[in-house]
Design a protein around this ligand. Structure first.
Ligand code: F6R
Length: 595
């Protein structure tokens, strides 16, 4: 995963801004960090294991005109100071940061060592610095030394390099994100726009196979075409996000802030029905020519399951859904004219992007639902729409799940020709806004009960079966308590054996009467075997349970938007009680850019 950043400017002062940018990228990886800064020709590096604050926060680094930075989520090589980026060449005149994974780098390592290079890390990245150095020594000019090195690489990479004596950033991108920011006194680059919002809101989005040279006053971009470089002209795009959106404000964690933003986001979506109409019409017309397959990963996959349900229930549209990492194996049936709907918060998830590439190679049309502007998915899709949730910093997806569900609700409703969508979403928004405090209070109490448990089960039916999956994912990823989501009726076909005295079962009770009756049987089944049952349910229903949260959910189809919030809060408070950082769960990174 990893986050990278580069700054080149006319005046001194890059170090402070590199660190600010890196802090915004910390969600992409946080096992080690580093920066390299150049002022009078010498490159100075500070790097190590730990958070950005710990490693470079108060680094006594000489300031400079050009610099690069990196925050790491280890792939090649363990977590160690040597493996932290930036990596330097033997003579210290080339520094490189990289996000991605290089194939066959072992061969290049051996070759470099045979030529007398001394490599200090186990990473794939370090070879790039040595390749550039080798080319410079052979007499190449800096840009051509960099380009020649890039031509040797296979795999995924977003690479930024600085070269001693050059007030410039050398960039290359293939299958890993890299955006260019345009400023008044210099130019910048980073893994995503959020990292540069404190510097600019004007961006150029690089595509795969492109190389760029950034100086304080110029941006030049080329496309690598076989052995030749073709100059490309790219449009500058303005991004509406502001740096204020990246602030935690009065909240203890980003996750809590993002959970609380949900009423506002739902209202925003409710007010944007016109924006979603064109996309829905386009999707509807494509549906005449081919079948629909949804693809997504993690939380977005759960939203996709709800989307599948809504498309079927509301619009009579048949679709299938494939989890992104399995798409290559399960998509043999795709044909020319079929439609793939990709759902992704980041728009950078490698499994999703690979699925899209496969779909396109078969002649399928790709439409996508995305949060991050300019992300790769939006660039390779035939059509995309944004969920308008703003930047999500907490590693656990919360507000973007609700926004994805709301957008899928809008799109399904528009395809079906239903009216009143805006009113319904506004009502959900108001309902949530008015009940945040009581949801929080209930969730805190439940977290206190759950904190000592080994297993927690989440059971739901119909549209709330994916909500149960999402509740379980949230709890396990940030509290590290084992949690499983299951269809309530399927539970008796095996997992019921796991229920012991006191095992918590969180039951999502349907609004629909028929479904509710069946769920009540399921509640009895687990209770009679000793489960501690917690229900999240419509108000005023007599339901046997050890603890209940009564909600004002009035309709089955909008209930996931309401039931999800207490599940997110339960996960959040459980993690906090257990002393775990909900914003940075162990082993995880927000944007999973490796397959
Ligand atoms: C869980 C979570 C992940 C992501 C998954 C897909 O809280 O955040 O499961 O949902 O990695 O990410 P996107 O939606 O960016 O494709």
């Amino acid at each position: 995963m990893c986050g990278i950043v580069g700054i080149v400017r006319r005046r001194l002062g890059v170090a402070r801004d590199l660190i600010r940018s890196l802090k915004k990228l910390e969600y992409r990886g946080y096992d080690s960090a580093g920066i390299a800064v150049m002022s009078d020709g010498d490159i100075e590096v500070v790097k190590g294991v730990g958070t950005i604050e710990a490693v470079v926060g108060d680094a006594k680094i000489r300031d400079g005109y050009v610099g690069i930075g990196h925050t790491r989520w280890a792939t090649h090589g363990g977590v160690s100071p040597e493996n932290a980026h930036p990596h330097l060449s033997c003579n210290g005149e080339v520094a490189v940061v990289h996000n991605g994974t290089l194939d066959d780098f072992e061969g290049m390592r051996r070759e470099l060592i045979a030529k007398g290079h001394v490599l200090h890390s186990e990473t794939d990245t370090e070879v790039v610095a040595h390749l550039v150095e080798g080319n410079l020594k052979s007499g190449d000019k800096p840009l051509s030394a960099f380009v020649k090195a890039i031509k040797k690489l296979k795999g995924s990479y977003a690479i930024v390099s600085i070269i001693s004596g050059e007030r410039a950033l050398f960039l290359a991108r293939n299958k890993s994100p890299l955006v260019i920011g345009l400023g008044e006194d210099g130019n910048y680059c980073a893994s995503d726009v959020a990292a540069l919002l404190h510097l600019t809101n004007r961006f150029i989005f690089m595509d795969d196979g492109e190389i760029a040279l950034l100086t304080p006053s110029e941006v030049e971009i080329w496309r690598l075409n076989g052995d030749s470089l073709e100059k490309v002209h790219k449009e500058t795009e303005e991004v509406e996000w502001t740096p204020q959106l990246l602030d935690k404000g009065a909240f203890d964690h980003f996750m809590l802030k993002e959970i609380h933003e949900q009423p506002h986001i739902l209202r925003k979506i409710a007010e944007s029905i016109d924006y979603y109409t064109r996309f829905s019409e386009r999707l509807n017309s494509l549906l005449r020519d081919g079948s629909l397959t949804i693809v997504a990963a993690g939380t977005s996959y759960h939203a996709g399951l709800i989307g599948k349900y809504l498309l079927s229930k509301l619009a009579g549209v048949r679709s299938e859904i494939i989890v992104a990492s399995e798409f290559p194996e399960w998509s043999s049936h795709l044909r020319q004219g079929d439609i793939v709907l990709a759902i992704s918060q980041s728009g950078e998830t490698a499994d999703v992007l690979e699925a899209v590439r496969i779909a396109k190679s078969k002649g399928s049309k790709v439409v996508s639902i995305v949060n991050v502007p300019g992300s790769t998915l939006t660039r390779i899709s035939d059509e995309s729409i944004f969920i308008q949730a703003g930047p999500e910093i907490g590693v656990a997806a919360t507000k973007t799940f609700s926004a994805q569900v709301a957008v899928l609700y809008v799109v399904s409703s528009l395809i079906s020709g239903r009216s009143g969508i805006s009113r319904e979403l506004t009502e959900v928004s108001e309902l949530l806004r008015g009940s945040m405090d009581s949801l929080d209070e209930f969730s805190k109490k439940m977290s206190d009960l759950l904190k000592d448990k080994e297993h927690v089960f989440f059971l739901g039916r119909g549209i709330n079966y994916p909500t149960a999956l999402e509740g379980a994912l949230k709890l396990k990823e940030i509290s590290y308590i084992h949690a499983e989501g299951y269809p309530a009726g399927e539970y008796k076909h095996g997992p019921l054996a796991l229920i012991e005295e006191g095992t918590p079962a969180i039951m999502l009770v349907p609004v629909n009467e028929e479904l509710r009756k069946k769920t009540i049987y399921n509640i009895m089944e687990v209770r009679s075997r000793g489960a501690f049952t917690i229900t999240i349910q419509p108000r005023g229903m007599e339901i046997p349970a050890d603890a209940s949260l009564e909600t004002d959910a009035w309709d089955e189809l909008i209930s996931p938007l309401i039931y999800t919030v207490p599940l997110q809060l339960i996960a959040y408070h459980t993690a906090v009680i257990l002393g775990r950082d909900p914003d940075k769960p162990r082993n995880l990174a927000k944007s999973v850019t490796v397959e």
